[in-house]
Every structure is written in C-alpha cells, then in structure tokens.
Design a protein around this ligand. Structure first.
Ligand code: SAM
Ligand code: SF4
Length: 441
C-alpha cells in the first residue's frame, strides 16, 4: 500500500483522531490523497451519534462493492466501528478492517497483517491504552492544535451512544498534556483547544492529581500561547472556578460551550442529564457575572420521547432567557441500545421537524440581535483564511465568532495566522463583517 484516503464524520474529537491516524500512516510511508479512487487504503472515521450520520457511512461503503472497489483495502474507524463491530463485515462484506478509537495505535500492525493476506481485521478492545501519546499527529491547521485530555464518558444520558462507542472516562496525565502543549507552543501554534466529551471532568490520574481548573491555569501560562479553548463542558460539573480562571487568565478564550439539551426540568430528568433548568441557569448566571464578556453556546435536542408542547415551549423560553451566542440543535435520533430508544411516546418525525424549525428561527433572531450589539466594537481575530473572490480575510474572535474583514494591509497570505484588530461594521446571524485597523495589525 502506498496511498491512503481518510474521510471524517462527526465531532471535533473524531477530527482530531483523524489527525492522529493520518500522522501514524504517514510515518509508515503512506501518502495521503484527496480522491478515494486514487487510494490503496480507504478509511472512514465514523460517527454514530445520530442515525443519519451512520447511514451516510454505509452509503459511502456501498460505492466500494465489487467490482468497482476491487484491489482497495476498505476500513471503518471510529464510533460506528466500535458499536457495530464485526457486524460491519456482514453488512458491508467489502470492508476488511474495523477499528475503534482506543485501538488506533494498533493500526500499523493491523495493516501489516492485511498486506500479508489476512482477509478481515479488527481492533475493538476498549481497554487498550488509548491514543493519548501522540507523537505522530498530522495537524490540519498550522495555528490551532487540538489536544485530547479526557477520553470516553461515564455518564448515561438516555439518548446517547458515546459511552458505548468510546468507552468509560479516562483522563490523561497532566505531565503528558503539558509536554504536548509546550511542544506545540514551541512549534509556533498559538491556539490550543483541549478536548473531552466532558472536558471539565478532567482528573489527573498521576500523583500530581490536578483538577480541570488547575490544568487550565497551568496551560494558560505556557509561553507563546495566545488562546486556549476547551470543549465540551458538562453543566453538572461546571463550577464557578472555571469562570474565575477565565477572568484571571486572558489567554483563556471568552467562550464556554455548555450543552443544555432541554429547557424543561421534566425532560432533563427523563434524559438523565443530572441537572435541572434552575441549576443550568445558575451556571449561566455565574458566567454572565464574570468581569470578561464570555460567550455561551449550547446543544439542544428537540422531540425527545415524551417531550410535550409545553416542554418544548420551556426550551424556547430558556433560549430567550439565556440569549445564547450560538446553538447546535438536533432532532432526537433513536439510537439502538440506548435507554430512550425503547420508550413509548416517541415523537413523530413531522412534529420533530416542526419543533426544530421553530427553534432555529427563534435562535436565529437571538443571534442576529446579539451579533448586532457588536457593531462598532473592535475585536481581535486570529486570521485563518483568505477568500480571493471577495478579497476578504476570515478570522475568529476570542468569543468564537467568525469575522470576515477587508484589510488595506493584506497582501496575499501575509495575515494568515496573525492576530489582527478589526472593527465590526455589520452583523449577520452567523458571522460578523468588518475592516482591520491598519495601525493595530
Ligand atoms: N458530552 C457532551 C454533553 O454531554 O453535553 C455532548 C457530546 S455529544 C457527542 C454532542 C451532542 O450531540 C449532544 O450534546 C447532543 O445534543 C447531541 N446528541 C447526542 N445524542 C443524540 C441523539 N440520540 N439524538 C439527537 N442528538 C443527539
Ligand atoms: Fe453522551 Fe451524556 Fe456522555 Fe455527553 S454526558 S457524551 S451526552 S452520555
């Protein structure tokens, strides 16, 4: 095998896992290609959080049925691999490799066995020491680096496949996290994003025994870093100390992602989320009373089994009360082997769609208002992209907003990776428009 194609579905953690897999394969001498039909090895790093994501993977796999896919080694990685395991070989016989995220360090060995002629290979052991040690990461961005600090999840939300797809919660040692981050800073990365399904449950397994806030404070003091982000925080484990840390260390970005899922305490209890509406709002109050202006984003599920119109209205009222800076909203997706899948009172698809549309409309109006409040302000952005067609640079603010701006100072690629001050001149629901302040570049 000389070339590989790797496509990623799903969350940030999968994106980062793919960076690790690509690094591992490139260290074996394989070259990455952008077209699966040019590749000897075709890998899909999959997501099973919603049925739609899973269906997409199987439809991709079907393209490689014989005779078209002859001669290629087709592999399924990630959450679908872990959950479906060896059943994938029956459902898609053209697949030869199935490997869950905890087993990626075994990939070189599995591929060697495949080359030696073994027909079907799998790495599905969740107990395998996870991929925390990552010397071979091939990072997508030259400015922002992802660093996994917690793997898996010990909670049991009634709708969620994560615990069965990624295993129980395991924290990485603080020494290992700090070593990776110091090295990234030395390599020139200025933004680091700490990753975990519930990142704030971090608990250093080494004798140092740091909690999440201690880790945050130490990371914030690594020379060379300009921004530190962390996702995802679970509301139940979100304490005031996190807000105090953001106030203390300017390097910590002004943004918290705090998934609420529902505004109804009754639904939250039925989801087994371990907090109610009031407790959630209490955390919002802590964040809003910070000295810095901290943006808040969230995830919402509509149409969870048993969700009534009154429950849904409570979600809408929570959106208004919090005025989230952004929200990812999903129709509840019934996932096999989760507690909610077996429940009666499933909500019809059309009703879920209606609720989702109503929620999106409400949130869009909120975002338009919130972004509008920023018109006239000056924001610091990390410049990530340039669109030659419009002559605009694309940057991200500390609050995680996208700001497209024109710059008299910009020539070609010169602003990429730099921190630039830009004045906001217009606001849409999903992004800001502005112009850079030449003196302050
Ligand atoms: N650990 C994070 C938490 O507890 O907030 C979330 C992790 S999950 C990968 C990301 C989001 O997917 C969740 O916040 C939830 O909104 C959504 N999600 C998970 N399972 C879902 C399901 N069965 N149907 C619809 N959305 C789902
Ligand atoms: Fe899934 Fe709940 Fe764990 Fe988040 S906390 S990953 S939603 S089970």
């Amino acid at each position: 095998m000389r070339t590989f194609y790797l496509e990623t579905f799903g969350c940030q953690m999968n994106e980062h896992d793919s960076e690790k897999v690509a690094g591992l394969l490139m260290a074996q001498g394989l070259e990455r290609v952008e077209d699966p039909w040019q590749a000897d090895l075709v890998l899909y790093n999959t997501c099973s959080i919603r049925e739609k994501a899973e269906r997409k993977v199987f439809s991709r796999l079907s393209e490689f049925r014989r005779p078209r896919g002859e001669g290629k080694l087709l592999g399924v990685l990630g959450c679908v691999a872990q959950r479906e395991g060896l059943r994938i070989f029956e459902r898609a016989p053209q697949v030869r490799l199935v490997c869950g995220s905890a087993s990626y360090p075994q990939l070189p060995e599995l591929l060697a066995r495949a080359e030696a002629g073994e027909r079907r290979l799998s790495g599905l052991d969740l107990a395998v020491e996870s991929t925390f040690e990552t010397p071979l990461v091939c990072r997508d961005s030259p400015y922002r680096a992802y660093v996994t600090i917690v793997e898996g999840c010990d909670k049991a939300c009634a709708y969620c496949v994560v615990p069965s797809a990624r295993g129980g919660e395991r924290s990485r040692s603080s020494a290992s996290v700090m070593a990776e981050i110091r090295q990234l800073a030395q390599q020139g990365y200025t933004e680091v994003q700490l990753l975990g399904q519930n990142v704030n449950c971090y608990r250093d397994p080494s004798p140092a025994g740091w909690d999440f806030v201690t880790l945050l404070a130490r990371v914030a003091q690594v020379p060379g870093l300009r921004r530190v982000r962390f996702v995802t925080s679970h509301p139940r484990d979100f304490g005031r100390e996190i807000v105090a840390a953001i106030d203390t260390y300017p390097v910590l970005a002004e943004h918290v992602h705090l998934p609420v899922q529902s505004g109804s305490s009754r639904v939250l209890a039925s989801m087994q989320r371990l907090y109610n509406r009031e407790e959630y709002l209490q955390r919002i109050e802590w964040i809003r009373s910070a000295r810095r202006q901290i943006a808040i984003s969230t995830d919402v599920i509509v149409g969870f089994p048993g969700e009534t119109e009154a429950d849904f209205q409570q979600t809408l009222s929570l959106l208004e009360e919090v005025r989230f800076d952004s929200a990812f909203s999903f129709k509840y997706s019934r996932r096999p082997l989760t507690a909610a899948a077996a429940r009666d009172a499933q909500i019809p698809e059309e009703e879920k769609s209606r609720r989702l549309a109503a929620l999106l409309e409400r949130q869009r109006a909120i975002q338009l208002r919130r972004n509008g409040e920023l018109v006239g302000t000056v924001q610091e952005v990390l410049v990530e992209d340039y669109h030659p067609a419009t002559g605009q640079w694309v940057g991200r603010t500390s609050q995680n907003r996208v700001l497209n701006f024109a710059s008299a100072a910009g020539d070609g690629r010169s602003l990429l990776g730099r921190y630039v001050q830009a004045r906001v001149t217009r606001a849409g629901p999903n992004s800001l428009v502005g112009e850079s302040l030449p003196d302050l570049v």
